[in-house]
Design a protein around this ligand. Structure first.
Ligand code: DX5
Ligand code: ZN
Length: 217
């Protein structure tokens, strides 16, 4: 599977989102990563479903929505309706309802992802692998862009790859988010990641196309 880069608009200019989404598309991105934060699950507030709905109107890129919110069960419908293609929520948010939320996303014809924070052991996700389209391994504490890649999380990538083999999920997206640059990207892909989220590295570079390519080469 070719590595899919999902540029995170958290590092884009929110007053010029359409322009920045066009820029990443021109650079060759197929996905766009949208970080939704509620100021409760994480200590930051970003955007909600109305913004996803507006983005849907201006792009055909795959909308890869990352919910960092305490109550995904309550809000998942809004993000389905807003036109998300992939909805990823956190295992730590409402662990009793994880399967129920996954099923709701899938029944709506969307791809379902579950994410784990750096301190959450990878074993916690194993039982959901047969139901999932995507596993998102956080390599920073969720909440902010521009943080340093946490190397001690990388073993989880190989572990999820092994789960994918055991459960015969050849098409599972193994995504990594946080501190991805031209060096950390290689560490992740070597271990089995096939989707990389990148925010500050990409948007702070002078040449977005070059930066995008540098993640895969
Ligand atoms: C952090 C977000 C990330 C963030 C990554 O909580 O989930 O998607 O935008 O930003 P960088 O690539 O700058 O670490
Ligand atoms: Zn994210």
């Amino acid at each position: 599977m070719e590595t899919i880069i999902s540029p995170s608009i958290l590092s884009a200019d929110f007053a010029n989102l359409e322009r920045d989404i066009l820029r990443i598309k021109k650079a060759g991105a197929k996905w766009v990563h949208i970080d939704v934060m509620d100021g409760h699950f994480v200590p930051n507030i970003t955007i909600g479903a109305p913004v996803v709905k507006s983005i849907r109107k201006v792009t055909d890129l795959v909308l890869d929505v990352h919910l960092m919110i305490s109550d995904p069960k309550k809000y998942v419908k809004d993000f389905i309706k807003a036109g998300s293609d992939i909805i990823t929520f956190h295992l730590e948010a409402q662990s009793d309802s994880t399967l129920e939320i996954i099923k709701e996303i899938k029944e709506a014809g969307k791809l379902a992802g579950v994410s784990i924070k750096p301190k959450t052991p990878v074993e916690a996700i194993e039982k959901y692998i047969p139901y999932l389209d995507l596993v998102l391994i956080m390599t920073v504490e969720p909440g902010f862009g521009g943080q340093k890649f946490m190397h001690d999380c990388v073993q989880k990538i190989a572990d999820v790859k092994e789960y994918a083999r055991i459960y015969r999920k050849n098409d599972l997206y193994i995504q990594v988010d946080g501190g991805i640059n031209d060096k950390t990207s290689k560490i992740c892909t070597k271990l089995g990641a096939n989707s990389l989220v990148t925010g500050s590295y990409l948007f702070n570079s002078d040449d977005i196309s070059l930066a995008l390519r540098s993640l895969c080469e």
